[in-house]
Every structure is written in C-alpha cells, then in structure tokens.
Design a protein around this ligand. Structure first.
Ligand code: ADP
Length: 277
C-alpha cells in the first residue's frame, strides 16, 4: 500500500491558523480580499483547463520528469477518478491544480484564473477560498472534537456550512463531540471530508482517501464523497490505486509515465454502496 510523505500540510496550517491564533484569523480575513473577484463566468466554463502541463523535479544532476505534457479539463460538478501506477505523476498533478506546487511549463487554469501566474499569496487565497483537500491520513487535531476540527475551517471561510451540517452530510451527526481517538479510521476520514467541504469549496481534491481503509469503511468514505458531490455540486477529483472505485466516477482518467493514457466516461455511474474490494 503506498504511503505518501505527510508533514503538517500547508493547507492545514492555513486552515487552522485562525483558530489557534485569533489575531491570525483577522489577518486571514483581510488577506482574503486580495484575491481578485471572479469575473462573470459562463456556466459551461470548465472548472479546470490544463494544457501541456509538465513538471521536472531536479536534485543535483538528476532530473525526474513527473509530468510530461498533461491535457485535462473538468466540468463543474464532475466526479473524476484518477488511476495509475505509483510514480505516474498523479499526486504531482493534483498538487499543481490545488495550488500546492507549480509546474515547470504548461497552462493550468482554474475558471478564469491562471494558476501558473499566481503569487504565493494568491495561491494561498486560491487554496483557502476554492479548494478542499483530503489525503490518505486524516490530519485531524487530536485535542479537538469532530465539530471543533471542522470549525477550524468554518471560522475563516467566506460562506461556510454549519459544522453540524457538514458532519451530517458525511453521516456523522451523532459523533459531533467525539475526539479523533474515539473514532474509527473511516469516521476520522469522514470528519476530514466534512472539514474539507464545510467551506463549500468549488473543488475537492482527494489523494488516496481510502488508501488506509478496509472495504466496508472505505465505502462509507466514498458515500461521503459522492454525497458532497451530489448535494453541493463540488467538482471532485479522487486519486486512487483502487480500480474498484472507478465505477462511482463520471469519468476515469488513467495516468502512465507522466501522461494521461486514457480518459473514459462511465456510461453508468454506480453508487458507492455497489462497490467492493
Ligand atoms: P504518483 O502520485 O502517481 O505516485 P507522484 O506525482 O507522487 O506519482 O511522483 C511522480 C514522480 O515524481 C515520481 O518519480 C516521484 O518520485 C517524483 N517526485 C514527486 N515529488 C517529488 C519531489 N518533491 N522531488 C523529487 N521528485 C519528486
């Protein structure tokens, strides 16, 4: 089972800074104004439009071509599953469209914003206002309850859901005051999903969200993802090694060696409850 390197992620530091330090929260609110407002958008405009995306990591004399020219579009509300072997560039791609990394070349547009031209500050605002992240490990704050973990985000979000509603959407309405240690792995991941969707992000980016879970708990996590996709219209992109998950997607994209090898639309989308592994 692949295990991604997990430091304290940048997106979480941004989200939790407001609660841990009230002064930082005020700063966050004023910084928010710096991201220029969206221009009027045509409904059919893709949420992401990626062209010729390349990423080369250099360390000393060694070059790793993680992405070798990726073209990709996602429509509003689409549920995309990304499959591909380890090292094929999936996480690099997700990190770039999530504003956590920058490409070496190519185009990466979020609606009418060119991610490749954003400053660090603008990328911070982009992540905070528009992107929800879910990773293999849940990164919950152990000393806070499920509700308080979600509040970390809702206190600095522009148009948040109530934490109780976000937790209800992932079927954890009866676990609001439980601490992470009192929750199963699947329940902790659902809290992490509630935290990610509570700010009503345009896009939810998930990197191996069920990677550490057995089939039964993983399916509850997939149900949480499909519920937020259906009820909030959140464009959802899920990286997985698990081919069984592909059936719940509108579209399945396969990465191989830094490129998209295929992009296939599912004629019939299965419910998460119909999937097993
Ligand atoms: P996947 O998510 O499909 O497993 P990754 O996007 O994580 O693939 O990695 C693609 C390639 O880029 C791999 O060869 C990986 O070792 C390399 N890579 C990823 N991140 C870095 C980094 N920060 N520095 C150097 N090489 C990296």
């Amino acid at each position: 089972m692949p295990v991604k390197a997990q430091g304290r992620p940048r997106w979480l530091s941004e989200a939790s800074g407001g609660m841990a330090m009230p002064a930082a929260c005020g700063e966050a609110r004023s910084e928010r104004e710096a991201l220029e407002p969206m221009a009027a958008e045509a409904n059919q405009q893709p949420v992401f439009r990626i062209a010729g995306l390349a990423k080369v990591y250099r360390s000393g004399d060694v070059e790793v071509h993680a992405l070798r020219g990726v073209d990709f579009e996602a429509r509003a509300g689409e549920f995309v599953v990304i499959l591909g072997p380890s090292g094929s560039g999936k996480s690099t791609f997700l990190n770039i469209i999530g504003g956590l990394d920058s490409p070496t070349s190519g185009e990466a547009w979020f609606k009418d914003h060119d991610l490749t031209r954003m400053s660090e500050r603008e990328l911070t605002l982009y992540r905070r206002d528009h992107v929800g992240f879910v990773f293999q490990f849940y990164n919950l704050v152990p000393s806070l309850t499920a509700r308080e973990n979600v509040q970390l985000v809702t206190e600095i979000a522009r148009n948040p859901m109530r934490p109780e509603d976000a937790l209800g959407l992932v079927d954890l309405g009866n676990r609001l005051d439980h601490f992470p240690a009192e929750l199963s792995g699947g329940e902790q991941q659902r809290v992490a999903i509630a935290r990610a969707i509570a700010k009503r992000p345009d896009v939810l980016l998930c990197d191996e969200p069920t990677g550490a879970l057995d089939s039964r708990t993983g399916i509850r996590v997939l149900e949480a993802l499909t519920a937020s996709n259906a009820e909030l219209g959140t464009t959802t992109i899920v990286i997985t090694h698990n081919a069984a998950i592909q059936d719940i997607a509108d579209r399945v994209v396969r990465f191989a060696d830094g490129r998209i090898a295929s992009s296939i639309r599912n004629e019939r989308r299965r419910a998460a409850s119909e999937v097993s592994w």
